[in-house]
Design a protein around this ligand. Structure first.
Ligand code: HEM
Length: 267
């Protein structure tokens, strides 16, 4: 028998590890409920997009720190487009009826998107820091250490303050020295600086509009997720133990970059 080739030619399937990837969708319902494969695939795809989004947001943080405006513009454009895709994908899941979901929902036990570590990482990177959420994860959940690290790291908002400083905005000392484990609060001084940048540095305004698009995109996702939940489970409690739709509604209309929204009436 010839031994296996230790260094086989790279193919599409080997490069993408399709053997492993396509073995990861394992419906639990018996007999198998047709829509369970959709449910698994769509959540796995979300997790892959979250992974890429984190990669891109980390780069934007470095661009901000280095005053690389065009790097930040290019990458925010990508992040914004990923966010729009995240919203659009919910259409596919909305082709699943409440009846079909009820056919396998009990198999989910307490599993819920609420337990997505990467979604929390995205929130933390963007400055939506809620330390208490760390306690909702089992200590050895994959990614938990990354989430804890991100809690203590400056968020994109802190890097944005650095960038604004490079662009001539007088960033208040208390913002520079703020506790980065807490969410950032709106700041009149930052709003003044942003207003001036819109008027005096049009190339920076392009970035600020992309950030606004991204922010609106996340708010859109939250709204569409609430409606998806409402049409699929009505007023039933969530599998993660919350009240369901009422719980999710509390997350609506909360901006990431509040200072960008606070000045729009002034133009
Ligand atoms: C039939 C489809 C879905 C239903 C019925 C549903 C339902 C829910 C409910 C009720 C919650 C609140 C926590 C709980 O008690 O479980 C929740 C949270 C969450 N779900 Fe979904 N969900 C669905 C699809 C998705 C998809 C496709 C994603 C994509 C990753 C997702 C991501 C999340 C996230 C990230 C949270 C936490 C939100 C937050 O705390 O702000 N869900 N979901």
């Amino acid at each position: 028998m010839t031994p296996p080739d230790p260094d086989p030619e790279l193919t599409y399937a080997r490069y993408l590890r399709l053997g492993q990837l396509l073995a990861l969708q394992r419906p639990l319902s018996e007999p198998e409920e047709h829509d369970e494969l959709l449910f698994i695939v769509i959540h796995q795809v979300y997790e892959l997009w979250f992974k890429l989004l984190l990669h891109e947001l980390d780069k934007i943080g470095r661009d901000f720190a280095a005053n690389d405006l065009f790097g930040a513009i290019a990458t925010f454009k990508r992040a914004r487009t990923i966010m729009k895709t995240l919203v659009g994908q919910l259409d596919i899941l909305e082709t699943m009826t409440p009846m079909s979901f009820a056919g396998f929902r009990s198999r989910l036990d307490t599993a819920s998107g609420f337990q997505s570590v990467q979604f929390r990482e995205v929130e933390f990177v963007l400055g939506l820091k809620r330390a208490e959420l760390l306690r909702t994860f089992e200590p050895h959940t994959p990614g938990c250490a990354d989430l804890a690290r991100r809690l203590h790291e400056p968020s994109l908002i802190d890097r944005f303050y650095d960038f604004l400083g490079h662009r001539g905005v007088a960033v208040p000392a208390e913002l520079r020295a703020r506790d980065v484990t807490l969410p950032a609060s709106p700041s009149p001084a930052i709003q003044e600086g942003l207003y001036a940048l819109y008027r005096e540095q049009p190339e920076v305004a392009i970035l600020l509009e992309l950030m606004t698009d991204f922010d609106e995109g996340l708010q859109e996702w939250r709204y569409r997720h609430v409606k998806l939940t409402e049409r699929t489970i009505g007023n039933k409690p969530g599998s993660g133990g919350s009240s369901g739709v009422e719980f999710l509604k509390r997350t609506l209309f909360k901006p990431l970059f509040a200072d960008l929204w606070a000045i729009r009436h002034r133009f």
